[in-house]
Design a protein around this ligand. Sequence first.
Ligand SMILES: [Zn+2]
Ligand SMILES: [Zn+2]
Length: 378
Amino acid sequence: MQDLVILRPQGLYCPAGDFYIDPWRPVHRAVITHAHADHARAGHGHVLATAVSAGVLRSRLGAALPLQGLAYGEAVHHHGVRISLHPAGHVLGSAQVRLQHGGRVWVASGDYYLSAVDETNPTCEPFEPVRCDCFITESTFGLPIYRWQPQAAVFAEIDAWWRANAAAGRPSLLMAYSFGKAQRLLAGVDASIGSIIVHGAVAPLNAAYRAAGVPLPETPTLAEFADPQHLAAALRGALVVAPPAVHASAWARKLGDFSDGFASGWMQLRGARRRQGVDRGFVLSDHADWPGLQRAIAATGAERVIVTHGQEAVMVRWLQEQGLQAESFRTEYGTEGGEGPAPADASASTADADLATLAAGTPTLADTAAGEAAAGPA
Ligand SMILES: [Zn+2]
Ligand SMILES: [Zn+2]
């Protein structure tokens, strides 16, 4: 019997249903797990995705996107394949794809978030384990060095940094991917510390989250302050959330004297922080850490696991040692979400990609040791 999902040059393909999952080339029919740029490419003839991701998908791929939205758990049948979408806990609307055909169940995870300490991302539906025969898992952070701290500890670090900067009268520029991470930060910080201002690339995504019922603090953009004196007053002690592309840019210079920080799972590697040249690195990821990946895989009950983007070789070896049938697919997804920003902000995608490339280099032993030490306050 042919596999329910195979690898084709265009992406992951379901031969029985004649459709693709998160293809990286334009295809006639695609199921999109979530709206990060490397998973949601333009040019498909028909797109199936969660209804809750429709706002972000349309803002990125155009209002004319031929999109069919599904509720979590709702099923459609295509050429005899039953397709349903289940929460992945990664970003707003993110889903795992469950396929059922000929008595078999396969699940393609897309990107997902699950941590060892059983925490969830408050800005989206939590990861739902789905029983299956074969699980196609991501492994962005599939190395034993990746173990996330409780998020309350990370937010306490961010709040303390912001509070100290506010006391000194300077803004705190916090850089993070504009879709997903930025909203998780906005939902998690202590908004009573001061005002919050966002970059123009972050604002439409905040609007999409609010429209989906996710509460976020008030977040004006710099452009909304017409009067330079009002802007200067607002910036004093403000938290400014912007995509990584603003680093050392003319936009950032408008903030005057500021402290900067970067929030990413890659910040667990001290090398990544140093190369990014920021004052502070905060280890916060929307992907599963090493124990989270293991928990997710175990919860599916799958006897066969196919590993995609990330640390495939290490994860495949570990799974085989556990007695599972494991292999990998070479995909063309990015690293941490590969999150390119909104199309209006095309310059940011290059910087995101650069950082991801830098940070995704195989960690050295020195990085590993530093990573453990760097998990505490810098
Ligand atoms: Zn991904
Ligand atoms: Zn993603």
